[in-house]
Design a protein around this ligand. Structure first.
Ligand SMILES: [Fe+2]
Length: 345
């Protein structure tokens, strides 16, 4: 299975991971042969990369932090929360709690699992996918930091709903295919205050959930917003969601901004700690996210090419795709002589 840009996908390839639409429904299932028509349509819809395999190729099993079923329900639940908030109705907190419990059940039963997939997003499903991913990454970080399940619950809820206040921002600003003006940026920044107000009015949610949404753009040196809090004035949940949100945004890209690879985003976040991000949170993030997710096409220091077929907290399993060892599998551990030098796709 490879993660390839649409232009490199040929008609002998099939979809290896399902594509979800903005409602959390499956738009295209895995196994579907990617005909020219499908590819043209997906390109039109704004998809840039897909997980694919050649027809007949065997796909190795690998574990993911959250099942496709939970992913779908979470996207659906977040969308529902956003539409309720947009109409100034109360959220369905029972359903939000249920989703949080599913996410925690799955993440806590899988001790070595990493955040190991790139997301397949387009502009339609971007927002809810983003929120769910930030929820999953924040939970993985909290697990690394030794949080109890109870404490994680509020963090995961706050992370899933961190951008809820966006429903109060003029949608015309949010869909601009260009960098925003200062005035537009100021309007967008208000989403943190709006999110706090919306979430604090939910009696069934802990006030910490509202504070997480309020503080997720604060930065350690006081350069963040809305209040310019410094260091530990920012609640730990806010510091965690700041890292998860930044990683997710950096690796997603926008029309006017190219997505970073996972290893590049991790490097950048490490370089920005301790000024912008809590170094302990960044260290836990580094242990929670795969630098080279499954499907990455890489070049090794032996000049051979390979595909990452599995990755967990202890090792990366690659399959050679060129050279004399083509198709052979190999485990790369931190002290292995063979190392990944570059990611091609
Ligand atoms: Fe935000």
């Amino acid at each position: 299975m490879r993660y390839l840009p649409l232009d490199e996908i040929t008609e002998d390839m099939c979809l290896a991971r399902p594509i979800f639409n903005g409602d959390g429904r499956i738009l295209l299932s895995n196994g579907v042969r990617l005909t020219k028509n499908y590819l043209a349509r997906l390109k039109e819809m704004g998809y840039q990369n897909l997980y694919v395999y050649r027809a007949g190729e065997e796909i190795n099993d690998f574990s993911i932090p959250v099942s496709d079923q939970t992913m779908r329900e979470a996207i659906h639940g977040v969308k529902d929360a956003f539409s309720k908030a947009a109409q100034r109705q109360h959220l369905n907190t029972r359903s939000v709690n249920e989703i949080v419990n599913y996410i925690l059940d799955e993440i806590l039963t899988n001790p070595t699992v990493l955040y190991n997939l790139m997301d397949i997003k387009n502009h339609d499903n971007y927002y809810y996918h983003h929120c769910v991913n930030v929820g999953i990454i924040s939970t993985l970080i909290a697990k690394e930091m030794g949080f109890s399940r109870d404490k994680m619950k509020d963090l995961t809820t706050g992370a899933l709903l961190h951008d809820l206040g966006m429903v109060c921002v003029d949608p015309k600003i949010l869909t601009q295919p260009r960098p925003l003006t200062d005035e537009e940026m100021a309007a967008v920044r208000e989403h943190t205050n709006y999110g706090f107000q919306l979430l604090r009015s939910e009696r069934d949610l802990s006030i910490l959930v509202a504070h997480t949404a309020w503080q997720h753009h604060e930065r350690m040196d006081g350069s963040g917003y809305p209040k310019g809090l410094v260091g530990e004035e920012i609640h730990l949940f806010g510091r965690i969601v700041a890292v998860a949100d930044s990683y997710e945004t950096m690796t997603s890209g926008r029309v006017y901004q190219k997505a970073m690879w996972s290893h590049e985003a991790i490097r950048q976040l490490k370089e920005s700690a301790p000024e912008k991000y809590d170094p302990q949170v960044v260290a836990a993030m580094e242990r929670s996210i795969a630098s080279y997710p499954v499907g990455s096409v890489v070049v090794l220091n032996t000049h051979e090419e390979a595909v990452v077929v599995d990755v967990n907290a202890k090792k990366i399993t690659i399959q050679f795709s060129s050279g004399p060892r083509v198709n052979a599998l190999m485990d790369l551990e931190p002290d292995s002589e063979i190392k990944i030098e570059e990611r091609l796709s």
